[in-house]
Design a protein. Structure first.
Length: 128
């Protein structure tokens, strides 16, 4: 009888040990799932930052000035061109750039570029 009791106790102890191991593994599984979730969030942030960088390339004022000069030459042979027409062509050229900052840069370039002159309100032409 003692043998049966010892075997029964051994089986019960094994079951208890298995349950403890099962709980430990379940906790470990939850930790790993949480870590994967955190890694996915970090990856998503990195991807979003890369997308933002791709969508909003930077343009130097020199590039804008050269583009504006070429646009005025192309649209009206250097004669007076409406600012909105120039802006529309620029937005097509530089898709994905923030339009407000592009407009600000355009106005800044127009006031500083020595090759471009204001003809009348809203119109610009190439100095000649």
């Amino acid at each position: 009888m003692s043998e049966v009791f010892d075997e029964r106790m051994a089986i019960k102890m094994s079951l208890i040990a298995i349950e403890k191991e099962k709980m430990r593994l379940d906790d470990r599984r939850k930790e790993m799932i949480e870590r994967l979730r955190e890694m996915d969030e970090e990856d998503a942030k990195v991807v979003m930052e890369q997308v933002k960088e791709e969508v909003r390339p930077t343009i130097t004022p020199k590039e804008i000035a050269e583009s504006v000069y070429q646009i005025i030459l192309t649209l009206n042979g250097g004669e007076a061109v409406l600012l909105d027409d120039v802006f529309n062509v620029l937005t097509e050229q530089y898709k994905g750039v923030d339009q407000a900052s592009l407009r600000d840069s355009l106005l800044n370039v127009l006031t500083k570029d020595k090759r471009i002159k204001k003809a009348r309100r809203g119109f610009y032409h190439i100095k000649g």
